[in-house]
Design a protein around this ligand. Sequence first.
Ligand SMILES: *[C@@H]1O[C@H](CO)[C@@H](O)[C@H](O)[C@H]1NC(C)=O
Length: 269
Amino acid sequence: MVALLTAVCLFSAVARALALPSPHIPMAGSLPVLRLPRASDCHPSHTEFTSSLSDLYTVIEGDHATGQKGLQLFLDRPHGEVKMDKETATNDVVGTGATVNSTYAMGHGKVTFEVAAPTVSGVVTAVILVGTQTPGEIDVELLGGDPAHWQTNVFAPTPKDPRPLFGVFSSVEDVPGPEGIAAFHKYTIDWDAERIVWGVDGQDVRTLDRSKARSDGFEHYPTGELRVQLGIWDASSPAGTSEWARGPVEWNSAPKRISAFVRSVTVEC
Ligand SMILES: *[C@@H]1O[C@H](CO)[C@@H](O)[C@H](O)[C@H]1NC(C)=O
C-alpha cells in the first residue's frame, strides 16, 4: 500500500513536471500521451504580399504598403536638417526604415526571398533570419551603393568573443542581369545543422560548413530558432557601417522616400 501510494505520488510529481494530465482524469489509453513542445512553429508557406502581410508577418517599425509588386518597405528621410560629416562620411541623423518580422520561427529550413532593392548609396535592404532566443543571424544584404553584388553574412556571437566578428563570415557575390539588385531576383538561404547554403535565382553560390564557422577558438554557427526579418535601413552612421554601405545617404539628391520590394517569401521547413 505504501509502495503504491509512493508510486502514485511520484507519478503525480513527474506528471506535474512534464505537464501531463493529472492521473485523476480518466485517460483513453492506459498511458498518458507525452506532449513534447514542438521544435518550431514553422510550416511551409508561400506569401505574396499583394493585399496584406498575412498573419505570418508583422510590422515592427516604419511604413510599408502591399500591392502588385508585393511588400513595399519604405525608408523615409529624417525630419529636419541632416548634417553630413565629410571626414567620417556619416550623417548626424538616419532615416526611419521599415522592418517586418515573421510571426513564426524555424529550427532549420530554406527560405527564398524575391526582392528588388533601391540603388541609393548608403541604403541597405536586408532579408535575414534572426535569432528569437539567442543572438544569431543569417543574412542577405543588398547595398544600394553596389548594385552588381549581394552580400551574405553570418553572426553568431558567443559571450566569450574577444571582439565582434563583423565581416568575418561574409562574402560578396554577383547579381545576375544588367540591372543588378534593382531587378527582382530570388535570394535563398538554406540552413540546416551542418551547413548554410546561399543561392540566387536557383543557383547555389556559397556554402558555409559548420566546421568552418569557427573563429578565436569558438564556434559561430546559428543553432537556436530563427525568424524571418525583412528590412530597409539607412546605414549613414556610425562610420564603420557607413563605409561598408558606401554611405552616407545624400539626402539632398536622394528621394525623400526610398522603397525596397519583397514580392514573395517562400519557406520550406
Ligand atoms: C522581431 O524579431 C526579433 C528577432 O527575433 C526580436 O528580437 C524582436 O523582439 C521581434 N519583434 C517583435 C515585435 O516580435
